[in-house]
Each structure stands twice: as C-alpha cells, then as structure tokens.
Ligand binder design. Structure first.
Ligand code: ADP
Length: 279
C-alpha cells in the first residue's frame, strides 16, 4: 500500500502559558493515509483534529514520533517545501486565506512563492479556476465574493500548487448550505481526479461521503473504518456526543417503531429505496 501520510507514535504537546498548563493534543497517534483516498476526520472540539492537520503541513512538528508526507520526514528542513507542496491546506475561515485584491493573483500566490515560471503559473491558475468553477470571477475582488466562492478561491490556490494531498480543516463551517454543497462537490471531484483528500468536519453528512472515517478522541484514534462501519455503531458515537447522518437516525427510529429495514443504511437514497423500492 502506498501512503501519502504516515504518522508513527506522534505526540504533540502545546507548551504551558501563563493561563494554561501544557497540553498533550495528540497522544501516541499512529495513522496512515493511502494515496488517492478520501478520509474524513471527526471528533469533539479539542480532540486534536486541527493539530493533526497542521502536523501534515509541517506548520507544527511532532514532539515525539515521526510524520512522513510523501516520503519526507516533516522535521527535515531541507524538504520543508516538498512537504508543503505535497500537502496543501484549506482552512475554516475563507477571509483569513485571501492574500491579494484580485482573484487570479490570489490563486497565483502559492506557485509564485515556489518559483514557478510565469507561463506555467498562468496555466495553473487557468486550470485551478476552471476546476472550482470560478473562471468568470478571475478579475474580481475576492472580498466581494460570497463565503462559498471565497472558499473555492482558497481551494484553487491549493490546487495551483499541484499537491498530491489537500487537508481541508472544516472548510464548510462558516458557509451557508449552498456554499457547503459547492465546496463538497469540489472535494469529491478532486478525489475523483486522484488527489488525496483529508476532510475535518463536524457535519456527519459530509463525513459519510468519504471512503474512510477516523474519529479522534483525546488525541487518540477512537474509531477508524468505512462510513458504514462507523455510523452503524451508533452507541459508540453517542458515547462521544457525536451525531449520525439523518438517514441513519431515521432508520434507527423507524426500526424501533417496527419498520423492517435492512441493516447498515447510511445514505438517504438507501433509506428511500428500502422504504419505496423502485421496480
Ligand atoms: P480540534 O481541532 O479537534 O478542536 P485542536 O487540535 O484544535 O482540536 O486542539 C486540541 C487541544 O489542544 C485542545 O484542548 C486545545 O485547547 C489545545 N490547543 C490547541 N491549540 C492550542 C494552542 N495554540 N496553545 C495551547 N493549546 C492549544
């Protein structure tokens, strides 16, 4: 198996401050992410998800253990840009990710910093804007766009770096339902094109779209499996105060009311098919 990210026995401790004791955000975490996969990472606030994301991009370095990205040890300073180029990041707040006053300049920012040739930058900007459906807005001012559009520009900026992997840290948390759908559609499309997608999310419907779900708790892996494996173990999720997708919840409620349903329903379409089979 070819892994794009490999974390072995990783512990990360935030140092003590005047107001807070030192805190182990990740505890002996071992996790591999296969190239080309789509992995959702869920867990309560404070479970270590963002810390894990920042370790993948070498924004943070492990205190103990090792993180490899595309075969590079993230502590190896000589390969810092190889790590950052291999694993792009998209954060929660689209406003914090905008660096230029024109959309196309914003998308070009990453490749410019990598020292990419101008003609190649133009090609990458064209492709990246096309991929997120924002070509028509290339001369616009990013701050005048909707939240969903801004987040698509942030994703275009990540794509323009030609990463093998993109870590999305709650990219839809600040968006309206339309913006959320747009961003999820792009993530699915990038995955279909072979980019490894790591999606941190609070929305279970989004996590259900991944190939694999990893649940963190207290900086450790609590569960790791397919959406079907994870969401059909509702008791373990409820023990952490996590939700299940609406279709799963409805299936349990209908089952308790005596409706005969097959086990393992996760998607709305499956529930509809079970209730009203198409001929
Ligand atoms: P999540 O993304 O799952 O909400 P985080 O990785 O952001 O979790 O945080 C894990 C823990 O580390 C939390 O308890 C949080 O308070 C703590 N933490 C996060 N960032 C810092 C920081 N800069 N300094 C000190 N503690 C932090």
């Amino acid at each position: 198996m070819d892994d794009i990210v490999r974390m072995e026995h990783v512990t990360f401790t935030y140092p003590a401050t005047d107001v807070k004791e030192s805190f182990n955000a990740l505890n002996d975490l071992t996790l591999s992410i296969e190239k080309g996969s789509f992995v959702a990472v869920i867990g309560q606030n404070g479970s270590g998800k963002s810390t894990m994301a920042k370790l993948v991009n070498a924004l943070l370095l492990p205190g103990e253990g090792t993180v490899w990205v595309n075969g590079y040890d993230t502590r190896d300073e000589a390969h810092l840009w190889d790590v950052r180029q291999s694993a792009g990041m998209v954060f929660q707040n689209p406003d914090n990710q905008i660096v230029s006053s024109i959309v196309e300049d914003d998308v070009a920012f990453g490749p410019e910093n990598l020292g990419v040739e101008p003609a190649e930058i133009r090609r990458r900007v064209d492709e990246a804007l096309e991929a997120v459906g924002m070509t028509a807005f290339r001369k616009n001012a990013p701050h005048l766009l909707s939240g969903g559009q801004k987040q698509r520009i942030a994703i275009a900026g990540a794509i323009a770096m030609r990463p093998q992997c993109i870590v999305f840290d709650e990219p839809t948390a600040m968006l309206d339902p339309k913006g959320r759908k747009e961003v999820m559609r792009i993530i699915r499309q990038l995955h279909a094109e072979g980019i490894t997608c790591i999606l941190i999310t609070h929305f279970m419907e989004e996590a259900a779209q991944a190939d694999r779900i990893v649940i963190l708790n207290d900086g450790r892996i609590y569960m790791d499996g397919t959406p079907r494996e994870i969401f059909t173990d509702r008791d373990s999720l409820m023990a952490l105060g996590l939700d299940v997708p609406m279709a799963v919840d409805l299936s349990y409620q209908l089952h308790d009311l005596g409706v005969d349903l097959p086990a393992g329903i996760v998607e709305e379409e499956e529930l509809i098919e079970a209730l009203c089979p198409s001929k």
